[in-house]
Design a protein around this ligand. Structure first.
Ligand code: ADP
Ligand code: MG
Length: 253
């Protein structure tokens, strides 16, 4: 498909030929409210969508629309006030902290706006870190080198974060997110601290990794141009889904 094709579909259904039809994440009527003085504020007001295996989905909306809160909930870092998040059919919102920690370590890789690398460790050591939590096959050093090669940083193994550019640091963070071979990579404003060119490189890397690994990528961004790199974009406004755009083929930029 060569032409840009965007249309709204509030159900969020994929056209039949777009993706693998296995639902890997089923988000059901998520709400989140927090006390604020004597009142409560409603941050998420009933969010439902499904994500298919191998999809690249963006969650886009203005600052304060609830993107980070939603990502925290689908990544098992935060509890919703109500609703369910089913990952491979299992509701993670009802899990004990111990079981949830195993799900996070095995199934979910995270990427953050500010990279969140450990400053005293080399690139290779940063990528190895998740492999020292829980049980994983193979030598961490071998796996870290492979992943840094995959993100184009085999010449930066011994560099520490302050010896790397922002774009390079984010590529290390992406390699780290893949270390435990998770099903999902969840990234909150992954290009937020990068200039346009490095941001574009990171997005192209994510698209490439999706093709290479078949993993499911979910990114949150306030930037519609960034969001348009995904297969599908879920638009959040004020804690609600305003629409879901399916982006057919490569979007012209
Ligand atoms: N721990 C918190 N306590 C109070 N308000 C919060 C908290 N976390 C988020 N919020 C509020 O919830 C709204 C959504 O925040 P957030 O999920 O960070 O949005 P986004 O990532 O889209 O910018 C904002 O109005 C924010 O101020
Ligand atoms: Mg945010």
């Amino acid at each position: 498909m060569d032409e840009v094709r965007i249309f709204n579909d509030k159900q969020g259904n994929m056209p039949v030929n777009q993706s693998n039809d296995k639902v890997v994440m089923d988000v059901r009527d998520i709400t989140k409210s927090l006390p604020l003085g004597r009142e409560r504020i409603d941050i998420l007001k009933g969010i439902s969508f499904q994500i298919m295996s191998g999809e690249f989905v963006s969650i886009v909306g203005p600052s304060g629309s609830g993107k980070s809160t939603l990502l925290g909930i689908i990544a098992g870092l935060d509890n919703p006030t109500s609703g369910q998040v089913l990952i491979d059919g299992v509701d993670i919102t009802r899990m004990s902290e111990g079981k949830l920690a195993v799900v996070r370590n095995n199934k979910i890789g995270m990427v953050f706006q500010a990279f969140n690398l450990i400053p005293t460790l080399t690139a290779q050591e940063n990528v190895e870190v998740p492999l020292y939590v829980g049980k994983h096959k193979g030598a961490p050093s071998t796996r870290a080198k492979e992943l840094l090669n995959l993100v184009g940083l085999s010449h930066r193994l011994e560099h520490r974060p302050n010896q790397l550019s922002g774009g390079e640091q984010q590529r290390v963070a992406i390699a780290r997110s893949l270390a435990t071979d998770p099903a999902f990579v969840i990234a909150d404003e992954p290009t937020g601290n990068l200039d346009a060119k490095n941001g574009e490189n990171v997005l192209n890397l994510i698209a490439y990794l999706r093709e290479q690994t078949g993993k499911t990528f979910i990114i949150a961004t306030h930037d519609p141009v960034v969001a348009s790199h995904a297969d599908r974009s879920i638009r959040l406004v004020d804690g609600l889904i305003a629409g879901i755009d399916i982006i057919g083929g490569k979007i012209a930029r």
